[in-house]
Write a protein that binds this ligand. Sequence first.
Ligand SMILES: NC(=O)c1ccc[n+]([C@@H]2O[C@H](COP(=O)([O-])OP(=O)(O)OC[C@H]3O[C@@H](n4cnc5c(N)ncnc54)[C@H](OP(=O)(O)O)[C@@H]3O)[C@@H](O)[C@H]2O)c1
Length: 296
Amino acid sequence: MTTVQNILVSGATGLIGKPLCAALKLRGHTVRTLSRSPAGDVQWNLAKGRLDRDAMDGVDVVIHLAGESVVQRWTTAAKQRIIRSRTQSAALLIEAILQQSKHPAFISASGISYYGIEREVIVDESSSMGAGFLADVTRQWEGVAQPLIEADVRTAFMRTGIVLSGQGGALAKMLTPFRLGLGGRIGNGQQQMSWISLPDLVQAYIFAVENESLCGAINAVAPMPVSNAEFTATLGKVLGRPTVFPMPAAIVKMIFGEMGEETVLSNLAVRPQRLTELGFEWQHPELESALLAVIH
Ligand SMILES: NC(=O)c1ccc[n+]([C@@H]2O[C@H](COP(=O)([O-])OP(=O)(O)OC[C@H]3O[C@@H](n4cnc5c(N)ncnc54)[C@H](OP(=O)(O)O)[C@@H]3O)[C@@H](O)[C@H]2O)c1
């Protein structure tokens, strides 16, 4: 058994946070949840820049998951909320971390959208940043932690791919149309999708908590990205349904605007180079086994 850690988790009420907190507790760690609502063990008020005074007491690791959902129309106001909910919250945590006599490690969610919208070749953690609004969000979000890196505090960014869960996120939204036999590829179906099962992502966070040498950018994706056409066919197979209704790219752009272009139409094959080198073992390295595990 690894050393028991005291862990503060922001965004603990979300899709990733809930199973992560449960799994951390099962490993014997102590978890303190941080929320905007009384649901958390400790609270913060981001508009007022306030964090409960005792939030960091005895904390060894801070996991920062909080952030406004990107799945909405990207109006100017929505874009600001998406950025600020991540950067202002991170800044508050980082200020509190630096005030502690023993600095807790900082493990933050981030996204593979750091690499942009469209890449012709497979990218890994050494690849350059790409273009687009979400790439800029991750740049600003990760950038807030620079003072921690300068102060030699262990800092890791989990650049997460499409999280597969039957309970929420992109896959859960696809299940109803696919179950009704209304599913199909999106656009020309050639765009690469870099995904990870929710159980594997939870284990990747635990791996990051327990491996004290782990720091920097970590691509949290499965080792085998697939094309959208392959994803569609595999989901149809798992559900036992036909997938003959393609959604043209023009319709995606009309309904979802810029958000659709940067998410479902983006073409990103991401390699989890660091997790592989560090010996992380995926429970679901292949898409079909991942879908079977998360769809109930
Ligand atoms: N799910 C994915 O496919 C995916 C992929 C890449 C990256 N990520 C990143 O991983 C993190 C966690 O993802 P998730 O899917 O678990 O997200 P989620 O289900 O939307 O939960 C995020 C949590 O953040 C807090 N939150 C929501 N809006 C907020 C706001 N305006 N200001 C401050 N806090 C707010 C909420 O906690 P309280 O209500 O308790 O405060 C919420 O439970 C996010 O930052 C997300 O960008 C997720």
